[in-house]
Design a protein around this ligand. Structure first.
Ligand code: SF4
Ligand code: SF4
Length: 426
């Protein structure tokens, strides 16, 4: 007999084209509010005074550090991935400038057409909302065009994801990015064929924080792991956006009960090898969320193939939102919590960690650069001077010339990355 009262039944389109709608039953005590608790005054303030910026720009030194620390197999995978992705990133960068070759049908709303085509191309979650410039990176604010966002999510392979963290799982991650990038370019072409502009926002050369727009479009809620918990594939959703001037109808945010479920679950918080996720929700840039500490997460990602344990151990990812919510209604418990099946993971070189067990890392492990490459060169120079290792006289002049050369190279590289778009490894 069910121990929880049902508070709401959410109806969503099926996963594939032609699939029947699904119904998701949410227990009454999991209901809070649709979407994410947000203070719009604060979101406005932070976006104006402290605009978001891409990690690959603000933390370019740690990006380089991570690349230098890949194992040979991982490094080869990354290089192949970047090579294959580069033309797709370039095409996405140029997509907003392409003029549609036809005139749109007068006053025709094309929401259903785009939704159908996106499903045909393999996107599992599709929603429409305002293209919210408050979440766009400073370096992309002038680049980003058009007022409406088509939010589209592709499912990352299930089996491979369960082997996270590993190169085997990383194939799923980077492979999904390539497949969906191509599919999204095709979808953008389709929108142009309807007579409208379409700009592709890459899943890897991101133009901003995409999750808030997905939440606003009703495609899930923000999980404690910082990922979108979507109804069809939980945190295994990989995200892209097309911004467009097409006539579309916006969807509305939905309460799937994920806020309260996360508070009861906390599996990702307990299992994070970097102890990087805050147990309590905090207000951050106008949003109530479990805050991830980048400096605790990034070294683990760098050492262990992108980590991703927080995705792997999420029951909504592993079992699906509907079974997790049903199990909660029936038992009042979180499906899989405390089991090896859900919580267990392997860390290369350290072995298996079951429920209640975590790997130990010393302070040195977390000591990686957290600045731009340029700023990191200054940090190194300051350390050299402070330690008395900076020579005087001619040797000192040579050391300064060497510093200047490295700095010039770093500045040139940063400018190139900014201009051309560099596939993110995250
Ligand atoms: S990627 Fe790994 S270290 Fe980072 S938050 Fe997730 S589980 Fe923690
Ligand atoms: S593991 Fe649990 S707490 Fe973390 S995001 Fe998934 S449901 Fe929420």
């Amino acid at each position: 007999m069910a121990v929880k009262k049902i508070g709401r039944i959410v109806r969503r389109p099926g996963l594939k084209l032609g699939d029947p709608d699904i119904e998701v039953r949410v227990a009454e005590d999991l209901l809070s509010q649709p979407g994410v608790p947000t203070n719009n005054t604060d979101v406005d303030f932070y976006s104006r005074s402290y605009p978001l910026e891409s990690h690959s720009i603000t933390f370019s030194a740690d990006r380089e550090w991570v690349a230098d620390n890949f194992e040979p197999e991982e490094s080869a995978l990354r290089q192949e991935h970047e090579g294959l992705l580069e033309p797709l990133v370039k095409a996405a960068r140029a997509s907003g400038e392409i003029e549609p070759q036809t005139k749109p049908a007068p006053n025709k709303n094309v929401t259903a057409d785009i939704r159908r085509r996106a499903k045909e191309l393999g996107f599992g979650e599709i929603g429409f909302t305002k293209f919210d410039r408050r979440y766009i990176y400073l370096s992309k604010k002038k680049w980003a065009k058009y007022d409406h966002a088509v939010c589209i999510a592709f499912e990352q392979d299930y089996e491979r994801t369960q082997a996270t963290p590993s190169t085997f799982a990383e194939f799923a991650h980077v492979g999904t990015y390539r497949t969906m990038s191509l599919a999204c370019l095709i979808l953008a072409d389709y929108i142009r064929g309807l007579g409208y502009h379409a700009q592709v926002h890459s899943p890897t050369d991101n133009s901003g924080a995409y999750i808030p727009m997905f939440v606003e479009a009703g495609l899930g809620q923000l999980g404690a792991n910082g990922q979108l918990l979507s109804p069809h594939f939980g945190s295994r959703a990989r995200l892209m956006i097309i911004s467009t001037d097409a006539i579309v109808t916006y969807d509305q945010p939905v309460d799937y009960g994920m806020h309260k479920l996360c508070q009861q679950c906390q599996v990702c918080i307990n299992r994070c090898p970097g102890r990087a996720i805050s147990r309590e929700k905090v207000w951050w840039r106008g949003v109530l969320k479990n805050k991830l500490t980048y400096e605790r997460c990034r070294p683990v990602m760098g050492h262990y193939t992108g980590c991703g344990v927080c995705m792997k151990v999420c029951p909504v990812q592993k079992y699906g939102m509907k079974p997790v919510l049903e199990h909660y209604i029936e038992t009042g418990e979180v499906l899989g919590k405390g089991t090896h099946e859900l919580e267990g993971f392997n860390v290369a070189g350290k072995g298996y960690f079951g429920p209640g067990e975590l790997p130990h890392f010393d302070n040195e492990f977390f000591n990686i650069p957290h600045t731009t490459i340029e700023d990191h060169l200054f940090v190194q120079l300051k350390e050299k001077v402070a330690s008395g290792k900076m020579p005087d006289g001619e040797a000192g002049v040579l050391a300064m010339m060497e510093f200047k050369e490295k700095l010039e190279k770093a500045i040139t590289k940063s400018k190139q990355n900014l201009k051309q778009g560099k596939p993110d490894e995250g």
